[in-house]
Ligand binder design. Structure first.
Ligand SMILES: Nc1ncnc2c1ncn2[C@@H]1O[C@H](COP(=O)(O)OP(=O)(O)OP(=O)(O)O)[C@@H](O)[C@H]1O
Ligand SMILES: [Mg+2]
Length: 550
């Protein structure tokens, strides 16, 4: 491509010479050559652009897919330290910018160095003295980089972080519109947004200022070089050393060589700012999940569903006080236990340990006598269904949400699950039934309906172990009864841990595990705890009083 363009420029110079010397006979041939060269050059460019676009898009897609997969694999709880908006920025614009770093950069380097060397050779060949005058300017550009590049990198890092924070604020606002409206918090959110916006803009301006300054300096030097070349060139023509055509070609080559010089000179700046994006991607790609399969992990097969905590000690990283210390507990196969206790005592942590979001620092957790650290994570989580306080539903049809729980579920199985969870009565009443889209662009479901749908998911999963983190928000008594009935049906034949907030579920459990503020467990039936555990008795009395008062 470079060669085609170089010849093209040369032929153009030839044409100018022929015109100035009146050799119109030869001119036709030259013009034809030029036309052919233009066509050939453009064709090459199209092919190049086509290949480049395909390759770069494929690269971006793969990188984004890899990031997305990795984020899901690392997952909770490692990603808790990132804001969602920050991760989204990494997935979106940082991936695009990394393209520049990984693909454009080497391509640019190769392309521009080739062009630069080729044109420099041609220039030297036309007139080496003139060329040396022109090329002396080049080192100046590169020298100025030593100052500009590090500064530009730092500015770019600041700007990227500020913008990620901006996206975080926007993301949080969009996910909490209801709360913001009900608190009349719009002005506050607008101020927070504006402050962040201003701050991000400051950095954007600084980044641009330095580039504008640099570009201006570059242009001034360029024109200076041009003036010097024209002066010396005219002298060359007068002394008969140079033809007009050669000077015209020379000037066009100079014009063409500035592009590569400019790009090459600017490379350190681009490099610095795109490296920020690449670094941010590498940071996420370098994360490891909090727990991983051990080397010879076996799949877990649950026969009975017996759960044993043996002297378990666990504290969250960066927290000095352990949530549990040397806690032992046996939950028998098929049993329903209720986990109760004050807020912050460690109920959700208990579920997290069982699902192996974290491993205990000491002690073991066994299912059917098998240490859960020796089995594959996938098989472990395949045997446990968790109903979260906030149901896990995505935007899309009810059908899609159900198939998240069981990808190969048939229509009949879905309907059956909905019936068992008392969700069918409202699903059947929807105009599009299972194909009704819920969430964005669709029907909003009530909390009770969402919970019943979540329970339908668990029916489909049909696992031997079950953990229910009850929603503490009160449902009306009919919905509460429906949800309670659905759960009742679900618990049959399964070992069930209910993180209970409601009195009704406490009573339906065979045994109660009371976790106090220090993470100590007391196990017994409702009656036993009432008589022997003052704190439990006080909590129950308080709740009963609250209920009657309500
Ligand atoms: N990811 C975390 N990192 C650090 N500390 C945590 C984390 N999650 C919970 N904690 C702390 O661990 C303790 C137990 O929290 P946990 O969520 O298990 O309480 P809980 O009994 O489920 O409370 P609630 O009834 O309010 O849901 C609390 O003191 C909490 O602050
Ligand atoms: Mg909790």
């Amino acid at each position: 491509m470079t060669a085609a363009n170089a010849v093209l420029i040369w032929e153009f110079g030839v044409a100018v010479s022929q015109i100035s010397e009146g050799e119109f006979g030869l001119l036709n041939r030259t013009l034809l050559t030029i036309a052919a060269l233009v066509l050939f050059y453009q064709l090459l460019r199209i092919v190049y652009a086509y290949v480049y676009q395909r390759l770069s898009l494929a690269f971006v897609d793969r990188l984004r897919g890899k990031m997305f997969e990795h984020i899901m694999e690392v997952s909770f709880p490692i990603l808790l330290r990132f804001k969602k908006g920050d991760l989204m920025t990494r997935l979106q614009s940082d991936v695009d910018r990394a393209l520049t770093y990984v693909i454009n950069l080497p391509l640019n380097l190769v392309e521009n160095v080739t062009v630069f060397v080729a044109y420099a050779v041609v220039l030297l060949w036309i007139d080496w003295q003139l060329s040396l005058i022109a090329l002396t300017m080049a080192p100046l550009f590169f020298l100025s980089q030593l100052y500009v590049a590090p500064k530009s990198g730092e500015l770019s890092r600041q700007f990227t972080e500020e913008r990620a924070e901006l996206v975080s604020i926007e993301e949080q606002t969009l996910s909490n519109l209801r709360g913001i409206s009900s608190f009349n918090s719009e002005p506050i959110m607008r101020d927070i947004h504006k402050t962040q916006f201003d701050s991000a803009r400051e950095w954007a301006l600084k980044t641009r200022e330095i580039r504008i300054l640099y570009n201006s300096l570059f242009t001034v030097l360029l024109y200076l070089a041009g003036v010097v070349v024209i002066y010396s060139g005219i002298a060359g023509i007068e002394s008969g050393k140079l033809t007009i055509g050669a000077l015209v070609s020379f000037l066009i080559y100079i014009r063409n060589i500035t592009g590569p010089v400019r790009t090459l000179a600017r490379l350190p700046i681009t490099l610095q700012s795109d490296r920020v994006a690449a670094d941010r991607l590498m940071e996420v790609l370098g994360l490891r999940p909090a727990v991983e399969d051990s080397e010879n992990a076996q799949p877990l097969r649950v026969q009975r569903g017996d759960i044993l905590f043996n002297e378990v000690t666990f504290s969250y990283p960066q927290q000095d006080r352990p949530v549990f210390s040397r806690v032992s507990l046996h939950i028998r196969a098929g049993e329903t236990v209720a986990l109760v206790g004050p807020s912050g005592a460690g109920k959700s942590t208990f579920a997290g340990l069982l699902l192996r979001f974290y491993d205990p620092q000491q002690g073991t957790i066994c299912i059917d006598g098998v240490d859960i650290r020796s089995v594959t994570l996938r098989s472990l989580r395949n045997q446990i269904s968790m109903v979260w306080q906030e149901p896990f539903l995505v935007n899309g049809s009810i059908r899609r949400n159900l198939s998240l729980a069981k990808p190969d579920a048939t229509e009949a199985q879905m309907i059956e699950a909905c019936k068992s969870s008392y969700a069918w009565e409202f699903v059947a009443a929807l105009e599009h039934g299972l194909d009704t889209v819920i969430g964005a662009h669709g029907v909003e479901l009530s909390v009770g309906q969402r919970q019943r749908l979540a329970i339908a998911q668990v029916f489909l999963r049909d696992t031997p172990l079950l953990i229910l983190d009850e929603a503490s928000s009160a449902l009306d008594s009919r919905s509460e009864q429906l949800v309670a009935d659905a759960l009742q049906a679900l618990r049959k034949q399964r070992t069930t841990v209910i993180i209970a907030h409601r009195f009704s579920s406490i009573r339906s459990a065979e045994r109660i595990i009371y976790i106090d503020e220090t993470g100590r467990l007391t196990v017994g039936t409702h009656q036993e705890l009432l008589t022997h555990h003052d704190e439990y008795k006080a909590a129950v009395e308080w709740q009963t009083a609250a209920r009657q008062g309500a």
